[in-house]
Design a protein around this ligand. Structure first.
Ligand SMILES: [Zn+2]
Length: 241
């Protein structure tokens, strides 16, 4: 239970899916495998070994994933893995269009309503897709062998790179690129610009458009191109007038 001092100030919202062999894995990848290592009878303790992709479940993409000299997970400064949280909601469009993308107008629409982006912000796409997590075919929008899910447009990403100091972006889908985009243009541009991303986020429907703080608590694996992360947000309670 959280300290009462803490709960009076804010709520903590989990933005992570649980990891298991049953979780959807990226098309072409393999599910998580867990093998027993220590046994209580033989060793006096229980533990497992996991065989999993760096990019499984709720995880962070480091610049190194697409940029030859980009930072690895362990090299991203801790202070850049947390920051003011901005939610860009395209769920109304995504409900009818599995290829919906965040456009520049979604970002300028946000700033027209809420004011300037906070400094060193983290921008996440809310498409409503995390509700499909327990049905891999729906999560990947699989139709006759092709896949569809919402993501960021290259124009919006170029806008963020050229005009803002946003440190990280996130999505409630498996990829920051819309699935229909060929050759990962958003990954190339964004990670190539030395910034990071979060994929397979959950629970975004509980977040306000602005005012929250996000933490991407990723294990400090040397040389990793990405890694599962416990991602969560602090959302301050409204002060009573
Ligand atoms: Zn990834």
């Amino acid at each position: 239970m959280l300290s009462p001092v803490f709960t009076a100030a804010c709520q903590v919202i989990d933005l992570s899916h649980a990891y298991s062999a049953a979780a959807p894995h990226y098309p072409g990848d393999r599910p998580i495998e867990r093998r027993q290592a220590g046994t209580r009878a033989r060793d006096g303790f229980l533990d497992y070994r996991l065989d999993m992709a760096e990019h499984c479940g709720t995880h962070l993409d480091a610049p190194l994933h697409f940029a030859e000299n980009g930072l690895a997970v362990d090299e991203i400064p801790l202070t850049q893995l947390m920051g003011p949280l901005v939610v860009i909601d395209i769920s109304a469009r995504a409900q009818h269009d599995p290829d919906a993308q965040i456009e520049v107008s979604d970002i300028t629409g946000w700033t027209n309503r809420q004011g300037a982006l906070p400094s060193a912000a983290i921008l996440v796409m809310r498409s409503g897709w995390s509700r499909r997590w327990h049905d891999a075919a729906r999560y990947f929008g699989s139709v006759n062998g092709s896949h569809h899910s919402p993501g960021w447009s290259l124009a919006a990403i170029t806008h963020l790179i050229e005009k803002t100091d946003v440190v990280g972006i996130g999505v409630d889908t498996a990829s920051i690129d819309p699935f229909i985009a060929a050759d990962f243009p958003v990954h190339r541009a964004w990670l190539g610009a030395g910034r990071w991303a979060l994929e397979n986020l959950s629970g975004l429907e509980q977040l306000p458009e602005q005012g929250g703080w996000l933490v991407a608590a990723v294990a400090r694996i040397t040389g990793a191109t990405g890694f599962p992360a416990r991602v969560f947000a602090f959302v301050p309670n409204q002060k009573k007038p």
